[in-house]
Design a protein around this ligand. Structure first.
Ligand SMILES: [Zn+2]
Length: 636
């Protein structure tokens, strides 16, 4: 493929040939998919055979379009065909397919930016880029130095094992870390913490190679991009793309851990249709995140993540989000549910990122960390370049575990929910005895208990909880003052506090989920219903603020800016507000006020947004956003 980018005009031009493998039956049409951001596609047959392309038509869909290539004569079974294609697109501003002066990007998992037989088709080949001089292209495979001329904006990459192509191009500042596992970091501007980011990337890479096996590529790269939306990062074959917002935070360890985890799960090992599909990519990538955290920041940091107390993960990508979804009735069993709609797929995505990784951590303790590592190494080796199903994954774990482990899959993967354990204990001579009780059906697990003495003595013991009431007795060489169930939160379980908080937010959780992944209409109805039912008893967790903010965003999505303005005004005037969301809410209010011609309110809201962001250590980057608003002028 020859890919020419003209960022100033948001223009891309692609010319290429694709050799399609033979099929077992005769065919007179070939169907290819391509994003609807590409309005036209020209295709000709480039074989010497007599077969020509007689027509190229598309279904005109708005997401991914299916193009039908009709052939002049049927192509015999067992015969490959080479097609030449050409297309161009202007005003490219999709999340994972954009061409812009501040950088261009095409991800392999978003909009389909080059013709493929199906979304997850893999390909090998040569990609030659023509970009404005001064830009650097990051793409798959290896850069052919002889065929490239970076000074003139020409970059040629060769890929010899199957990938989905992706690239990023910008005026990058390049930072390298050599050694036996070299890593390159491409940043949109110079940063003082570039070396510490590289250092962290390299430690995480080593930790994950310990967990999952050696990386399929020697030289790995990370490139900063501006996704300009909700995408934080995408994992590509041989590199990952990190949104500017994560780079500004110095590439946090959990973020790197997750994205690097995909180098094995989702890219090297693909998945087969059926249950557990998202778990096998997102869930295991996030298990990598937990292991990375342990390697870089220690086991206390991993415990904080399990406790939903790691900064930035208090309400998302952690058990807290899982329990919120469960309380809102948005839960399906990872091991049995087969998603039928995009909504279902996104729901399972959340299950994988919140419950999935946690269950893998539990499973790794049941089996033993080293043995579990060996199992994952064996799986990545066996399924490398191919695809795995949940059933196959389960079988690999069960046959290699060295003990009976099917009960774990039965209780935790094939069912929804989590136990509420209740601990009763009494002192006996030389120690303590007690019971761990739970409702039926029981969730079997190894549950740690810690016996504490009054002089600070501590003994941690594992109790096998195999039923609704499990007895234990522990000998300790001191007088027990207290017994604490699972102090490091190693077992996924409800606690009274989590249950109360999750139930109080259930209406908000349902409405937010509907807004993000379902229908805006239904979301607005849910926000209004939750607001009408009155504020929760003590709204210190800012539920009303979040409902009003969500209603504002949903109303705006429906182009009802009057309703959005009212909702936003109400939200920001609340006593209890979600401090992390306040800058964004104020900025949105500023934009809505400006659109109404009320520049006084707009300026005041914009300044308040800047102040709120400054209080958060400029986490949101409001000031940078304001610079891009032509109407905003900071008062003297
Ligand atoms: Zn992911």
């Amino acid at each position: 493929m020859e890919v020419t980018l003209r960022p100033a005009a948001s223009h891309i031009e692609v010319i290429g040939t694709v050799r399609l493998a033979p099929t077992s039956s005769e065919r007179d049409t070939i169907s290819l998919v391509l994003s609807s951001w590409v309005p036209t596609l020209a295709v000709t047959a480039s074989d010497s055979s007599a077969i020509r392309v007689s027509s190229v038509t598309s279904d005109g869909a708005s997401g991914d379009r299916r193009w039908k290539i009709a052939l002049s004569h049927p192509l015999m079974a067992g015969r490959p065909i080479t097609l030449a294609f050409k297309y161009a697109s202007d005003s490219l501003r999709a999340a994972q397919f954009r061409v812009a002066p501040d950088g261009s990007v095409a991800g392999s998992g978003g909009e389909i930016w080059y013709p493929r037989l199906a979304f997850d088709s893999l390909a090998t080949g040569v990609l030659r880029f023509h970009v404005p001089p001064g830009e650097t292209v990051v793409s798959n495979g290896s850069l052919d130095r002889a065929a490239s001329d970076p000074g003139r904006g020409v970059f040629e990459f060769h890929t010899s094992s199957g990938v989905r192509f992706g690239f990023a191009s910008a005026r990058y500042v390049r930072y390298d870390r050599d050694g036996k596992s070299p890593i390159t970091l491409y940043l949109l501007k110079q940063r003082l913490d570039a070396d510490s980011m590289l250092q962290r990337l390299s430690v995480v890479r080593a930790a994950l190679e310990g967990q999952f096996g050696m990386m399929p590529v020697t030289h790995y790269a990370v490139a900063e991009v501006e996704f300009g939306g909700s995408t934080g990062g995408t994992s590509e074959f041989g590199f990952f793309l990190a949104d500017r917002s994560y780079v500004r935070e110095g590439l946090p360890t959990p973020f790197i851990g997750h994205e690097l985890g995909h180098a094995w799960w989702g890219t090297r090992v693909s998945t087969k249709p059926g249950p557990g599909r998202t778990f096998l990519t997102e869930g295991i990538a996030s298990f990598g995140m937990l292991r990375a955290l342990e390697a870089v920041e220690g086991s206390n940091a991993a415990a904080r993540m399990r406790h939903s107390a790691y900064p930035g993960y208090e309400t998302s990508n952690s058990p807290a989000e899982y329990f919120a979804l469960a309380a809102a009735g948005i839960e399906q069993a990872i091991g049995t549910f087969v998603p039928a709609t995009q909504y279902d797929i996104l729901a399972m995505h959340r299950m994988a990122n919140t419950r999935g990784w946690f269950l893998l951590d539990m499973l790794s303790r049941e089996i033993g960390r080293h043995r579990f590592e060996a199992i994952l190494h064996a799986v990545t080796a066996k399924y490398s370049g191919g695809a795995i199903s949940f059933e196959e994954f389960r079988r690999e774990v069960e046959t290699r575990a060295g003990r009976k482990i099917s009960w774990f899959f039965d209780d935790w993967f094939d069912r929804t929910g989590a136990p509420t354990y209740t601990l009763h204990w009494t002192r006996i001579s030389g120690g303590v005895s007690g019971t761990i009780a739970q409702g039926a059906p029981a969730f079997r697990a190894t549950v740690p208990i810690e016996v504490r003495g009054s002089a600070g003595e501590r003994v941690l013991m594992n109790v096998w909880v195999g039923d609704t009431a499990s007895q234990f007795s522990v000998h300790v060489p001191f007088a027990a003052r207290d017994v604490v169930l699972d102090p490091e939160y190693r077992v996924l379980r409800w606690t009274p506090a989590v249950r109360t908080a999750s139930l109080a937010r259930a209406g908000l959780t349902r409405a937010d989920f509907e807004r993000r992944f379902g229908s805006t209409d239904r979301a607005i109805a849910l926000y209004r219903a939750a607001l009408d039912s009155g504020p929760p008893e003590a709204d210190t967790s800012a539920i009303t603020f979040s409902l009003e903010y969500g209603l504002g965003v949903a109303s705006l999505a429906q182009r009802d800016s009057a309703a959005a303005f009212v909702a936003l005004q109400r939200a920001v005037s609340r006593l209890h507000r979600d401090s992390l969301a306040v800058p964004g809410a104020l900025l949105l209010l500023a934009r809505l006020a400006h659109a109404r011609g009320d520049d006084d309110v707009a300026t005041r809201a914009a300044l308040a947004a800047t102040a709120a962001d400054a209080a958060l250590g400029r986490k949101v980057g409001i000031e940078e956003t304001l610079k891009m608003l032509p109407w905003f002028h900071k008062p003297p």
